[in-house]
Design a protein around this ligand. Structure first.
Ligand code: NAD
Ligand code: TDX
Length: 330
């Protein structure tokens, strides 16, 4: 396949490009990424069968130009951080909603297949003791400008499938962890804080639960969807990885040689979702896919090692990210 991967220089996109090139030697990848704060050209340096076009999905002419010659588009590009969406919601609406419409219009024009990457956050949050996880039938109930913009983008995809017959699928995945994740996000922030002698900083009470999946497992599922996914279908992706933020921090402290309870509670995120949990059993069956990283502690340990061995990936961003958090009391 010849793929156009938007946002391919960010966290999940970089891992997707690297995994796909290594596991599918016939594939060629064109990456469209504006190289915002979370995208780095170096992530893709030296990769064969991969070309990076630096540009914005809001540039409709460019999107149309690139879509012309590909078999499929995998659309990762987005503003992805909830905390930032509380500071600058407009950018999230532009990139995540309007940008997705440009991709859809190009797919409609050139009859290109699309896979749209979405999130479990579109379903809002669950009570800590709710026995029912998110399923395909869960209502959309987003809480933040980020999750609302992703929910709106999903709706646009569905409308273009129904009204214009665009061949598009959607996946809603839970929280990813792995290499190349920006230091603004929870796990890389905690790890790099420890390297710099700063205690992990946990929002609110730390009881909030996230459902962790290794980024390689997410990306294997995305490739399966490209191969066998049905038009108009939605796939929920997760790895039964529910943990409270405190459980993650305690594990991380232990793995890095600190007292488990050596962390700081800081002010809470506005509208902070309590819990996400994905029931992915339908996707396991329909895609013949199951996550390979079933031991979170082992996965986390390998991520700690990766950040230790790749200071060039995060050091330059760290001070500015922390200065921004400091202004927010976090
Ligand atoms: P990221 O912020 O690390 O990467 C996003 C990439 O998109 C960056 O390289 C950035 O430069 C690029 N980008 C942003 N705006 C752009 C624009 N206007 N034009 C072109 N490129 C642009 O995010 P991520 O964590 O890799 O997330 C990728 C996708 O996966 C997003 O759609 C996100 O909503 C979704 N998702 C993320 C998670 C997670 O846990 N990280 C979970 C589920 C779904
Ligand atoms: O310093 C921190 N301390 C803390 O307690 C940070 C940065 C976060 N947190 C908490 C907030 C969340 O409960 O940790 C949890 C995870 O936070 P984030 O890494 O910001 O992720 P989250 O808000 O859950 O969203 C992520 O998963 C779903 C991605 O950023 C989204 O792009 C994806 O859609």
């Amino acid at each position: 396949m010849k793929l156009l991967v938007t946002g391919g220089a960010g966290f999940i996109g970089t891992n997707f490009v690297r995994q796909t090139l290594s596991e599918h030697p016939q594939d060629e990848i064109l990456v469209l990424d504006k190289l915002g704060y979370a995208g780095k050209a170096e992530n893709l340096a030296g990769l064969e069968r991969c070309r990076l076009v630096v540009g914005d999905i809001l540039d409709k002419d460019l999107v149309f130009d690139l879509a012309k010659d590909v078999d499929a588009i995998v659309h990762f590009a987005a503003e992805s951080h909830n905390d930032n969406s509380l500071l600058n919601p407009d950018l999230f609406v532009q990139t995540n909603v309007v940008g997705t419409v440009h991709i859809l219009e190009a797919c409609r024009e050139y009859k290109v297949r699309l896979h749209h990457i979405s999130t479990d956050e579109v379903f809002g949050d669950l009570a800590l003791d709710d026995p029912q996880k998110f399923t395909r039938l869960s209502p959309y109930k987003p809480s933040s400008p980020y999750s609302a913009s992703k929910a709106a983008a999903d709706m646009m995809v569905r409308a273009w499938v129904r009204s214009f017959g665009v061949f598009a699928s959607i996946s809603n995945c839970s929280n990813n962890y792995g290499p190349y994740q920006h230091v603004e996000k929870f796990i890389p922030r905690m790890i790099t804080n420890r390297f710099l002698g700063v205690r992990p900083r946990v929002y609110g009470t730390g009881q909030n639960v996230r459902d962790w999946i290794h980024v390689d497992d997410h990306n294997h599922a995305v490739y399966k969807i490209l191969e066998t996914g049905k038009p108009g279908e939605t796939y929920l992706l997760g790895a039964n990885g529910e943990l409270s933020n405190l459980e993650v921090v305690r594990m991380l402290n232990k793995l890095m040689g600190y007292e488990e309870d050596d962390y700081e509670l800081v002010s809470d995120r506005a509208g902070h979702d309590r819990r996400y949990a994905i029931d992915a059993r339908e996707s396991y069956r329909e895609l013949d896919w199951t996550p390979e990283y079933t031991n979170f502690e082992l996965g986390l340990s390998s991520v700690i090692t990766w950040y230790k061995n790749h200071p060039e990936f995060w050091e330059a961003d760290k001070a500015q990210v922390e200065a921004q958090y400091k202004m927010q009391g976090k």
